[in-house]
Design a protein around this ligand. Structure first.
Ligand code: S3P
Length: 169
């Protein structure tokens, strides 16, 4: 098994739920990149976006990723934009196995509408605005997500089959 497993995918795709379950199952440590950034910065993600802006957030995301690449036996759930900025997908692919949790815009919209997590990029959007935003941003991001070593159907996630796939690569 690879020492580092990076879960990637759009906001609301289920990276944290799958990541914590996977880590428990294979006895790896679990790290949520967003939580680590919040802890390190002493601020929430919305606070970082509003006080410092997205570019600073992306820089911190990048720095945290490099630190995570030093750890062994770790499952990392990444922020939805992480693999799409500043070579981060290449860094993840060089240092571990990337797993893309793929979902269609409609399913992502339903999940995001009912999610309690505050996400600055979608804050205050109506349902039709959200749908348009997801479709457009996912269209731009898929070129990065598609560089993952493993792609999973986010509607039919199965931990045992993921563990099987991870043992093969
Ligand atoms: C972002 C996704 C969020 C968080 C930030 C920006 C994005 O993480 O990193 O709000 O650019 O897609 P989740 O994918 O965990 O929601």
């Amino acid at each position: 098994m690879q020492p580092r497993i990076f879960l990637i995918g759009f906001m609301g795709s289920g990276k944290s739920t799958l990541g914590s379950g996977l880590a428990r199952k294979i006895g790896y440590e679990y790290v949520d990149m967003d939580h680590l950034i919040e802890e390190t910065a002493g601020m929430t993600i919305p606070g970082i976006f509003s006080e410092h802006g997205e570019d600073v957030f992306r820089k911190w995301e990048h720095d945290i990723l490099l630190e995570l690449c030093e750890l062994e036996r770790v499952v990392v759930s990444t922020g939805g934009g992480a693999p799409c900025h500043g070579e981060m997908i290449s860094i993840m692919n060089e240092h571990g196995i990337t797993v893309y949790i793929k979902l269609a815009p409609e399913a992502l919209k339903e999940r995001l509408l009912h999610s309690k997590t505050e996400r600055p990029l979608i804050q205050g959007k109506s349902e039709p605005e959200l749908m348009e935003f997801i479709t457009s941003l996912l269209g731009q991001r898929e070129v990065f997500y598609n560089q993952a070593r493993i792609t999973l159907d986010g509607l039919h996630l199965n931990l045992d089959s993921l563990v099987g796939l991870l043992r093969e690569v």
